[in-house]
Design a protein around this ligand. Structure first.
Ligand code: G1P
Length: 291
């Protein structure tokens, strides 16, 4: 099963990190020196994705600008002989024609956002990547999923899963665990944001999915679920009646950057993973972690 396209739902309002996101998309928040959206773009590119589909909303124009060429900036850097900076920009630049943008016109939920990409995805399996979740690992989380998808075979759906503490299961989609097949296991039921104490396990859906295009038919007719939103998890529950779903336990540390604590932790973790920053940061942090 070849996965060529990835959908990035980026229409969310980012209310958990206001006021930072009042005039700036949450996907443009910076972890060390790159916006969140660049991390997930790079992860998808590493996984072999060829077409990047962004489902945006109002006030998200800077995401589109970020993936465009900035001629004035290039020309200025060129004139000043700033080769390293020019290389950084070139390295992060998508190929012309490899990105598409469509809008989710109303904030009706993650399932609705994914459905908005149906015409661009067409009739082939595709990845969904949620930019507020970062996974620090090489190979990246999506590359691990794509590898698992090759093993899983045609017409299979895969979800990245990682354990969360029992007191956090109500914040995520949670999967029940069925029969194991190496690093994968059959998903035995899913529930979106279960009430406290009712989760079937503590394996939470992390923001990486590989889905079959039949999900769009279900999303098209779907009623609202948890939080009054059209939920991707509910559509997956529907699709699981007809197709296989596997959970993939991936390697790597997950950071939920949509929360303040997760965002701060990600900045520290990604900076500590950088040889050029690690030592200086360790020294600086010593000042703040006394007592
Ligand atoms: C979404 C999904 C949820 C998943 C989570 C991961 O929820 O609906 O199943 O566990 O992303 O971040 P959201 O965070 O958009 O409320």
């Amino acid at each position: 099963m070849k996965i060529r396209k990835a959908v990035f739902p980026v229409a969310g309002l980012g209310t958990r990190v206001l006021p930072a996101t009042k005039a700036m998309p949450k996907e443009m928040l910076t972890i060390v020196d790159k916006p969140l959206i660049q991390y997930v773009f790079d992860e998808a590119r590493e996984a072999g994705i060829e077409h990047f589909i962004f489902v945006t909303g109002r006030n998200k124009g800077s995401i589109e600008d970020h993936f465009d060429r900035m001629y004035e900036l290039d020309a200025t850097l060129e004139a000043r002989g700033k080769k390293v900076e020019l290389e950084i920009l070139a390295h992060h630049q998508p190929q012309a024609g490899a990105v598409s943008f469509t809008r989710q016109q109303s904030p009706l939920g993650l399932g609705h956002a994914v459905w908005c990409a149906r015409e661009i995805v067409g009739d082939e399996p595709f990845a969904v990547v949620l930019p507020d979740e970062l996974v620090l690992h090489t190979p990246g989380c999506l590359a691990q999923m794509v590898e698992a998808a090759k093993e899983a075979g045609e017409k299979t759906n895969l979800i990245a899963l990682q354990e969360v503490p029992a007191d956090q299961t109500h914040l995520y989609g949670i999967c029940g665990v069925g029969k194991r097949h190496g690093k994968m296991f059959e998903v035995d039921g899913m529930v979106e944001k279960p009430a406290k104490g009712t989760a079937p396990s503590n394996l939470s859906i992390t923001g990486r999915y590989i889905l079959q295009p039949e999900i769009f038919d279900i999303l098209a007719t779907q009623e609202r679920g948890a939080g009054g939103e059209i939920q991707l998890t509910d559509a997956m529950i529907g699709l699981a009646k007809a197709q296989k779903f596997y959970g993939v336990e991936f390697a790597g540390e997950r950071h939920d950057c949509g929360s303040k604590a997760g965002f701060l932790r990600a900045n520290i973790a990604y900076a500590m993973a950088r040889p050029d920053l690690r030592d200086g940061l360790r020294e600086e942090m010593r000042k703040y972690v006394k007592g």
